[in-house]
Design a protein around this ligand. Structure first.
Ligand SMILES: *Cc1c(COP(=O)(O)O)cnc(C)c1O
Length: 461
């Protein structure tokens, strides 16, 4: 492709992307049946000769864009899904053009530098005392894995066992304590690490899903305790103060899964909720949820960087640091070649600043409270204490609640998912997107109330 054609193609891609970004807030959240039908047009065999690049782009946009779910708009409240701040889309575009391999400092000095800077800023933002290590991975799943690998390394090396070299065959046994409300990705990480998904000790939780301290077994220096900052249903936080104090006395490792909740550490409004979440030995969080950077983006943080490095290094020889004292990114990640996802984290943090991150968290939580108040005012039951950005609503019987969710999703004004919370079927509303406005919340409440009313009146089932 010559330079002029490449220029034209990239301009056209930017133009189409901008049209998408501008229209995503106003279109239905779900893809229409017609849009899904058109996906069949993509299911042909691989052509013998390739298509012109402009035609590839045109097809992608014309068939692809309508078949997306508008998670980037302001009225998608399923799972815990953020949007993408314009500053991060822009940074992503430029970084994609750079096409850097973030593996080493010498393959990309700029990306290694932005990772260093972002890690320092994150440590600062979360109030973690100096020298935390970290890495930029695909999501909290991989961050949980990297953090728990660090824990496994630290506890076993203290027992003179080199787990990276010798594996778990014949190793001293470790104990892993989780809560009944542990996220499945923590269990998956444990299964990948040979620590066993089912071999964990599960601590019971209270009505908000918080670990009950009176159910916590005695800790020792062969124990990893997994706590949670932000329950996916209720938004609640485990009692970090007591757990971290007991763990410190016993020499146990505390890992905090804070995929979205960790960002609440940025706002003084949530100081009571987040108290002592700076105390654990490791943390997992996501950039692509509450920080609102594009997929995929997770962050692992480990208090003593050496533990992450020892767990993630490919081999002692492979490893020699490039330039003395400089962090070599690949020594801290499960992957080798990687895209430059630190760039978007850096862009988000620089664009928002400390106050902007706090404001984003505070605003979305205010929207969550507005949902709870608005729906409660119409006589619907809120099942959780709305301490963060998650709201659970019941519309009566499980069948009725499921019917409301089904109609709401099909209509497409907004999108909320379903869950079962402590035996009760509920609609779950997660407000995590920077783009959500008060008008979006009001429009969504109206749609929910109208649909619930129709179902109650027997107009639809
Ligand atoms: C979303 C989430 C995860 C998994 O994160 P991914 O980014 O999907 O890998 C883990 N823990 C909690 C609490 C979550 O909300």
């Amino acid at each position: 492709m010559d330079t002029a054609s490449a220029n034209e193609l990239l301009q056209e891609a930017a133009r189409r992307a901008i049209v998408y970004v501008q229209s995503v807030r106003d279109r239905p959240v779900t893809a229409s049946a017609q849009a899904l039908q058109r996906l069949d047009e993509l299911k042909h065999s691989l052509p013998r000769t390739g298509l012109e690049a402009g035609e590839v782009l045109r097809r992608l946009d014309e068939i692809g864009s309508p078949a997306t779910i508008a998670t980037a708009g302001g009225r998608y409240f399923g799972l815990v899904i953020g949007g993408a701040l314009p500053a991060t889309i822009a940074a992503n575009w430029l970084a994609t053009a750079w096409d850097q391999n973030a593996c080493f400092r010498w393959t990309s000095p700029i990306v290694a530098t932005l990772e260093d800077v972002s890690l320092r800023w994150l440590g600062d933002l979360f109030g973690l005392s100096g020298g935390v290590g970290g890495a930029f991975v695909t999501g909290a799943s991989m961050a949980n894995l990297a953090a728990l690998a660090s824990a496994r390394h630290a506890l076993l090396s203290r027992l003179d066992w080199d787990v990276e070299a010798r594996g778990l065959y014949g190793a001293p046994e470790l104990r892993v304590i989780v809560s009944e409300e542990v996220h499945i990705t923590v269990l998956k990480a444990l299964s990948l690490l040979g620590l066993g998904r089912e071999r964990v000790i599960r601590v019971p939780t209270d009505r908000q899903g918080r670990m009950r301290i009176d159910g916590l077994p005695a800790l020792d220096d062969r124990t990893i305790v997994c706590i949670q900052a932000g329950n996916v249903n209720t938004g609640s936080f485990d009692p970090a103060t007591e757990i971290c104090r007991l763990a410190k006395d016993a020499g146990a490792w505390v890992h905090a899964d804070g995929a979205f909740g960790l960002w609440a550490l940025a706002s003084p409004d949530f100081a009571a909720l987040t108290k002592d979440f700076a105390e654990p030995d490791s943390w997992a969080t996501d950039g692509h949820k509450w920080l609102n950077v594009p997929y995929d983006s997770g962050i692992v943080l480990v208090r003593r960087a050496a533990n992450l490095r020892a767990a993630m290094s490919a081999s002692a020889a492979y490893l020699a640091e490039g330039v003395a004292g400089n962090r070599e990114p690949s020594h801290y990640t499960p992957e080798s070649s990687r895209r430059a996802r630190g760039v978007e984290i850096w862009a988000a943090l620089l664009n928002l600043g400390r106050d902007g991150v706090a404001a984003l968290v505070e605003r979305t939580c205010r929207h969550a409270r507005a949902f709870a108040q608005g729906l409660e005012a119409h006589g619907f039951e809120i099942l959780n204490d709305v301490v963060l950005n998650q709201v659970l609503v019941s519309f009566g019987s499980p069948e009725t609640t499921r019917a409301v969710i089904g109609h709401l999703q099909a209509e497409g004004i907004c999108w909320c998912g379903g869950t079962v919370w402590q035996g009760r079927t509920a609609m779950r509303i997660s407000v995590s997107n920077w783009a959500t406005t008060e008008a979006d919340v009001q429009l969504s409440i109206e749609a929910i109330v109208r649909i619930a009313g129709s179902i109650a009146a027997g107009i639809c089932t």
